[in-house]
Design a binder for this molecule. Structure first.
Ligand code: SAH
Ligand code: SF4
Length: 419
């Protein structure tokens, strides 16, 4: 057996096996999902196409994969009929496997997904009046052990590959029936009565990296996946509609702004050292003031593009009036273009915390708001399906295979209005 390549991830972790951009498959074919255009072109050349052909085919295939969402080479109608089996013999168009799909009474949808090598991770879709937000994972598990987070109790299994990250968005578009049917000028022979796709009326409008894992500990794969998601000829989502959430990996924040350029959310959760040291242990390495200074330097942050500070409300832990005043003082001190997201703690079995009372959360919000900073309270969504970070996996582990299959079928049926 070959040794997996090892990469050291900064922080309090041991080296973990990291998949490279191409994960070899048992049948020798290469999964194209997650690869950028130049890489696809390179593979086509290696497989025997001449440079001109490889360039043209890579452009066409890229468009079909990421913009149109096709899952079979046979559907690539502007590629010669004889060429399609040639592609199918050498390449595949992957999607993560769906282990379980749940649909909440409030419209929230949640998927338990599985990698090719059998690791489970999750994704949640949360629609509201003005937008539809897909919450995606960046790792299976997490190294960072935040005490209120269920993912934190799991060992880091491995980083997700670019294909597994972008594959989540593609799967959501599959499930929501949202692939555009627009034409590709000069290359596409298909008649299309709907014409070019626009963002109007689309359900999936925003993406947040707030699922399992710490995205800045899987920087390269997250960056490569987000480039495919933002590519105008790829998934075509604006960077203004994508938010990356970090627990405060300071050394990677500047690169995140420069090389990815998406909105930043920071999981602050506490304003006193002893409390943040406990609930976000990374604080022992990168402290609060240092973190806020890095936020002040975040490339692209402005009053129009504010940094979101996430603050999970834990009873008698971080929710006093004094904490709220200290939060205002700190955000003002660093002159941060900030908004605060107050998140009611979502309990899980064995968690050593309780959620603050609604009155306490409101009082906290009022103080921050009076300090001139917007501090909405996030409404819990999908509570009937445990749609919070790291919770589906445990629930699913307790279910039998038959029960899961039945629920998946039922969920498919309820999903019909979206199709
Ligand atoms: N690792 C990154 C991104 C994933 S966690 C980070 O920590 O920012 C994203 C968010 O999930 C965290 O900000 C945290 O607020 C939220 N979260 C985790 N467990 C939660 C729980 N039990 N209740 C409410 N929010 C939770
Ligand atoms: Fe990891 Fe984020 Fe959970 Fe902390 S809150 S354990 S960083 S996923």
């Amino acid at each position: 057996m070959s040794q997996p390549s090892l990469m050291t991830i900064p922080g309090q972790v041991d080296p973990v096996p990291v998949a490279r951009d191409i994960t070899p498959r048992a049948d020798g074919r290469v999964d194209l999902i997650g690869l950028p255009r130049p890489r696809i072109r390179e593979l086509f050349e290696q497989a025997g196409l001449d440079a001109r052909q490889a360039k043209l085919r890579a452009k066409q295939v890229f468009h079909w994969l990421y913009h149109r969402g096709v899952t079979e080479f046979e559907a690539m109608t502007d590629i010669a009929k004889t060429m399609r089996p040639w592609l199918a013999e050498r390449f595949v168009i992957g999607r993560p496997d769906v282990v379980e799909a749940q649909h909440s009474s409030d419209g929230t949808r949640k998927w338990l997904l599985r990698t090719g090598d059998g690791h489970d991770f999750e994704m949640v879709f949360i629609p509201d009046e003005t937008r539809g937000t897909l919450c995606i994972s960046s790792q299976v598990g997490c190294t960072l052990n935040c005490t209120f987070c269920h993912t934190g109790t799991m060992r880091l299994v491995r980083n997700l590959t670019p294909g597994e990250i972008v594959g989540q968005v593609m799967l959501a578009r599959d499930a929501l029936g949202e692939w555009p049917r627009g034409t590709m000028a000069g290359l596409d022979a298909v008649e299309d009565d709907r014409g070019h796709y626009t963002a109007d009326g689309r359900l999936l409008t925003n993406i947040v990296l707030m699922g399992m894992g710490e995205p800045l500990y899987n920087f390269d794969h997250v960056r490569d996946a987000l480039h495919l998601i933002m590519d105008g000829d790829g998934l075509g989502l604006s960077k203004r509609r994508i938010t990356l959430s970090t627990s405060g990996v300071i050394p990677m924040m500047e690169r995140c702004g420069e090389e990815i350029g998406v909105n930043l959310a920071v999981s602050l959760h506490a304003v006193r050292k002893e409390v943040r040291d406990e609930i976000v242990p990374l604080n022992r390495k990168y402290g609060i003031e240092e973190l806020l200074a890095a936020c002040a330097d975040y490339p692209g942050a402005s009053n129009a593009r504010r940094i979101t500070f996430e603050y999970v409300m834990l009873r008698d832990k971080n929710d006093s009036d004094e904490d709220a005043r200290e939060l205002v003082r700190l955000l003002r001190k660093y002159d941060l273009p900030a908004k605060v997201n107050l998140i009611p703690f979502n309990p899980w079995p064995g968690a050593g915390y309780e959620c603050s009372s609604p009155e306490r959360i409101q009082a906290f919000s009022d103080i921050v708001f009076e300090g001139g900073i917007s501090a909405p309270v996030r409404t819990p969504r999908g509570r009937d399906i445990d749609a919070a970070c790291g919770q589906l996996r445990t629930a699913a582990e307790k279910k039998s295979r038959a029960q899961r299959d039945r629920e998946a079928r039922e969920s498919e049926a309820t999903a019909a209005p979206f199709a």
